[in-house]
Design a protein around this ligand. Structure first.
Ligand SMILES: [Zn+2]
Length: 453
């Protein structure tokens, strides 16, 4: 028996379809987990098993987060890591993260996902690259299943410790054969290649400065033999570029190409310092970029040339990045910052509100190599978020509610539908008891801070 859901009376429905239609008094008819019809409220069926009245709401495709480290929600604003650049920041945090446990991974993933969902995100990737004690990626996957979020779980890894010239301490790196074996196990256990899949696995060694060239190459072979995507950090700041020059005598883009890390099945986080040759290479090969404006500002990494990338044809999505380098992981807030930061770097016409919103929807979908999310159109997954524009923060901006969503103070969703299921109703997350999760999360965060001290 199929179940139907009708969203009607939307003040404006932002489809992100091929014509980029914005439909006044819009409606969406959903059957099970898939969008069946899109139009005005009058055009669509008037009844369904469940009906959401979206009067006064802007309705948009669920936002897609292409880069995160959810475990870092436990280590926000750690004093020793409040003011450093990337390498210094990492060096101060590795010893704290060395005490992570499987329970901490599970609870922090629930917390991070709750924050993302409430801020408009329906699909997220997560890059878990540190596995001390009993940590496993399975703990994140279980959390996504519980909360009901569409999830690309990235099996990160670090294998080159300080004694071998890498950045992380030896105590937090893994053996390369064990990394590949566990990655293969995860793909075979969890990866769902089907359309509208809720769960995919990604092969994701952490960064050129924490894994070997061999592991980068082996990871690419493993991913391609299973048809899964590849993800890592690249060209994040000037020290990252210097490391690449010194160790490999290559730019980060040249190194990525040399390791087989370009193509539509690959996306790199940051790319703040990607040069023109790199932009050209990424455009030619369809290699994606996860742009993380807040994190880039917090760590003073620079301003990624997103306007240039998009104009060249590079697929670009947005990412909040881990909560230790973006302590406010608000997905709609990231859209706003992406728009503002391009303007700081490249002038007032470098990015419009609608272009920024497109990066967070269609852009993110493309970066994750998906054509079934990121727009509201028949046949797409039913991932739809609704923002109510009745607060003081939107007063005076309702003549252009779509632009208001991006320009004004970032709002939380009032309703969110993920895979056809109403996950947030009237601002309340229905799938987990959030106060209980947060109490547990804060207790674990205190434990972690105490152990480090
Ligand atoms: Zn990152």
């Amino acid at each position: 028996m199929s179940k139907t859901l009708l969203i009607k009376n939307a003040r404006v429905l932002v489809t992100m379809d091929a014509q980029r239609r914005e439909i006044a008094d819009g409606a969406v008819f959903i059957r099970d987990n898939v969008i069946e019809r899109v139009g005005t409220t009058d055009d669509l069926p008037q009844a369904a098993d469940e009906v959401i009245d979206a009067a006064g709401h802007v309705v948009v495709p669920g936002l897609v987060n292409t880069h995160h480290h959810m475990y870092q929600s436990l280590t926000r604003v750690i004093p020793a890591a409040q003011d450093g650049e990337l390498f210094n920041w990492l060096t101060n945090l590795y010893p704290v993260w060395a005490n992570l446990t499987g329970e901490m991974v599970h609870v922090s993933t629930l917390t991070a996902m709750a924050e993302l969902i409430l801020s408009g995100c329906t699909t997220s990737s997560d890059h878990l690259y540190i596995y001390p004690n009993d940590c496993r990626l399975d703990d994140s996957i279980e959390a996504a299943h519980t909360i009901g979020m569409r999830f690309h779980a990235s099996r990160g890894a670090m294998s080159v410790g300080r004694s071998k010239g890498g950045l992380p301490p030896d105590s937090v790196v893994e053996d390369e054969a064990a990394i590949l074996k566990d990655t293969q196990r995860l793909i075979e256990t969890y990866h769902d290649a089907s359309r509208h899949a809720m769960q995919r696995i990604v092969v994701a060694p952490c960064s050129p400065f924490s894994v070997s060239r061999d592991l980068m190459k082996e990871a690419a072979l493993l991913a391609r033999s299973h048809g899964v995507s590849l993800h890592t950090h690249l060209a994040e700041n000037v020290n990252d570029i210097a490391y690449s020059r010194e160790k490999f005598d290559m730019t980060p883009a040249e190194y990525a190409e040399d390791c087989g890390w370009v193509g539509q099945d690959v996306w790199h986080a940051h790319c703040v310092q990607l040069d023109d040759a790199g932009i050209h290479l990424f455009a030619q090969t369809g290699t994606g970029v996860a742009h993380c404006p807040c994190s880039n500002m917090r760590l003073a990494s620079g301003i990624a040339p997103v306007r240039k990338m998009v104009d060249a044809g590079v697929p670009v999505g947005l990412g909040v990045d881990g909560s230790a380098s973006n302590d406010g992981a608000h997905m709609l807030g990231e859209v706003r910052q992406a728009m503002l930061l391009q303007r700081v770097g490249f002038g007032p016409d470098a990015m419009t509100a609608r272009q920024a919103l497109e990066l967070a929807t269609l852009g993110g979908a493309k970066v994750l190599n998906r054509d079934d999310i990121g727009s509201i159109a028949p046949g797409m997954a039913a991932d739809i978020v609704m923002f109510k524009l009745d607060g003081a923060g939107f007063a005076g901006a309702l003549h252009d509610p779509v632009a208001a969503l991006v320009f004004c103070t970032p709002a939380n969703v009032n309703h969110s539908v993920i895979n056809g299921k109403v996950v947030v109703k009237d601002g309340v997350l229905r799938t987990v008891d959030l106060p209980v999760v947060l109490e547990r999360h804060n207790r674990l965060a205190r434990e972690l801070a105490l152990k480090a001290a």
